[in-house]
Write a protein that binds this ligand. Sequence first.
Ligand SMILES: CC(C)(COP(=O)(O)OP(=O)(O)OC[C@H]1O[C@@H](n2cnc3c(N)ncnc32)[C@H](O)[C@@H]1OP(=O)(O)O)[C@@H](O)C(=O)NCCC(=O)NCCS
Length: 160
Amino acid sequence: MTERSGSTVDIRIARVTPANSALVTALRLAPEQMDFVASNAASLREAKSDRDARPRAIMAGDSVVGFLMYEAPRDDDEARIYRFMIDRAWQGRGYGKAALRQVLHEIGALGHISHVSICYEPGNDAARRLYRAAGFVEEGLDEDGEMIADLVLPAAAGNR
Ligand SMILES: CC(C)(COP(=O)(O)OP(=O)(O)OC[C@H]1O[C@@H](n2cnc3c(N)ncnc32)[C@H](O)[C@@H]1OP(=O)(O)O)[C@@H](O)C(=O)NCCC(=O)NCCS
């Protein structure tokens, strides 16, 4: 649950299905944000040919408000969140933070993942703050100039 302006909204993530995929591809970013992440249509096309891709709609109640995609291959202890967006009309309400919590919970429940990586443009202040607040630690730039950050999952930290 997340609360802003006195109203409480249930944020959850759901599989992308034929019933909600058009709503996912209709989500929009502000023009200055469009270079931060691939279009959702491109991500869903990519997911069709990548068995490791796990695309998820971000739901606020019955509304599709965002999209994320991650992979968590069974032969690896690392998951990678590589798409994450909240529609421009729904930003700034705590939905990104709540969705990140949900996907980390889903990844932790898989049972074989000990840490999660995420990447973003170094100038993407909103993403940096969001991920840092969730415990991601910046590791440096990759060969494409994107910042890589990593989070050790709490259960794994306690067990290893
Ligand atoms: C990054 C993004 C997903 C955040 O979603 P959101 O729902 O607006 O974020 P929230 O309202 O949950 O805010 C969570 C935290 O993010 C940070 N944040 C969000 N918007 C911000 C902004 N415009 N400027 C600075 N920090 C911001 C804040 O630290 C905020 O926590 P706080 O409110 O306690 O200070 C959203 O801005 C987005 O879709 N951006 C474009 C796509 C993108 O950059 N994706 C990430 C790279 S893959």
